[in-house]
Design a protein around this ligand. Structure first.
Ligand code: NAD
Ligand code: ISE
Length: 339
């Protein structure tokens, strides 16, 4: 039987996930859509034969919805995720789980009170084939104990609405999640410094930024976030261990030779770079819902951890690069694992 999914927020990524659930992933049907923009909800719902509903609460309560997908704006996520937990329905929430640590903890507490995991957070990099290969190498001990991680996260440009804190909250948050998972280690401090700013940015934005993180086991991570790099969408990650290193592969691309040049095209956005990761993320989520089991992807605890670590990074940015200790609660046994 097909899992009937209701979607809250039919904007850019909401429509992309609806396409994915409709055309790519088997075993799912989008049955209901809601958006603050009722006309948009109506249009998107009509395209796929779903029902347009007027609010997130109505969608969560609908008997035609088995599982909820939250792709609305970040500050609205907590309300919808808490609503889905109260209704006992599995919920996939795009990042961030919530925009404040307090709201993330309310979700964690509601889920624990429910007694089993219902929430998965949309940190799709854990499903990327390259990161998965890196994790296999690290877990197998092939490079020895990890010591240092070098990363870069570059976007070609960002819109005027992108402000300096978003380098951590919106962009670096993906590295923060994937590195906790990759290293199976917790991030305990953050420092953000700003080199000379590119002239190719809106005046209000500090870009690029260099972020340093330290883990509980003493691994040092450096991350360049450069969101107006002009040339493309470029994600780099290299983990150096006691006995070798492992590097994230660039996605496979044809080699092009033209007059005096040999190269490959550079991808231009995260949609293309992580297309496979998004597809696998939704295949695995739908499989977990269909089986009646708990989701295996990033948990609400991971959503909380990412928010408190990004808070520390933003505090560092706002205090001229002071190193800030991450103020994280102890991890409940309910979520298993260490990071
Ligand atoms: P968007 O502005 O294109 O779409 C959001 C939609 O949600 C809009 O149509 C808006 O009207 C609607 N909306 C807002 N509040 C609502 C509410 N309470 N109820 C119903 N509808 C509501 O934004 P987007 O780029 O699609 O981003 C949505 C979310 O996805 C954000 O949290 C963003 O951080 C996340 N995102 C994740 C990735 C990723 O790489 N995983 C990439 C882009 C965006
Ligand atoms: C965007 O919101 C994302 O989530 C992308 O994955 C990231 O690369 C980009 O910097 C963010 O703005």
């Amino acid at each position: 039987m097909s899992v009937r999914v209701g979607v809250i927020g039919a904007g850019m990524i909401g429509q992309d996930h609806i396409r994915r659930l409709t055309d790519v992933v088997t075993g799912a049907t989008v049955t209901a859509v809601t958006d603050l923009d009722a006309a948009r909800a109506g249009e998107v719902a009509a395209r796929i034969g779903a029902t347009a509903l007027s609010t997130g609460a109505a969608l969560i309560a609908s008997p035609d919805v088995d599982a909820v997908l939250v792709t609305s704006w970040g500050p609205t996520h907590a309300e919808h995720v808490l609503g889905a937990i109260a209704a006992g329905k599995p919920v996939f929430c795009e990042k961030p789980l919530a925009t404040t640590a307090e709201d993330c903890l309310r979700i964690v507490e509601a889920e624990r009170a429910h007694g089993r995991r219902l929430v998965q957070v949309g940190f799709m990099r854990r499903f990327d084939p390259g990161y998965r290969q890196m994790k296999e190498v690290i877990d197998a001990g092939s490079i020895g104990t990890p010591l240092i991680v070098h990363c870069a996260h570059r976007n070609p440009t960002v819109p005027d609405a992108y402000v300096s804190a978003m380098a951590a909250q919106d962009t670096a948050v993906h590295e923060i999640d994937v590195l906790r998972w990759l290293l199976d280690d917790e991030i305990v401090s953050a420092q953000v410094i700003t080199p000379r700013a590119t002239s190719k940015r809106f005046e209000h934005l500090k870009d690029p930024q260099i972020m340093y993180f330290e883990t509980a086991n003493g691994v040092r991570i450096d991350l360049e976030v450069f969101v107006n790099c002009q040339y493309g969408y470029d994600i780099q990650c290299e983990t150096v261990g006691e006995e070798g290193l492992v590097r994230l592969p660039d996605p496979a691309a044809v080699g092009i030779r033209t007059t005096g040049r040999h190269g490959t095209a550079v991808l231009q956005d995260w949609k293309g770079r992580f297309a496979d990761a998004f597809d696998t993320e939704f295949r695995e989520w739908i499989a977990s819902v269909a089986s009646g089991g708990e989701p295996t992807g990033p948990s609400s605890w991971d959503g909380y951890a990412a928010t408190v670590i990004t808070d520390a990074a933003v505090r560092s940015l706002e205090s001229d690069g002071t190193t800030v200790t991450v103020d994280m609660k102890p991890r409940p046994a309910f979520y298993g694992g260490t990071a």
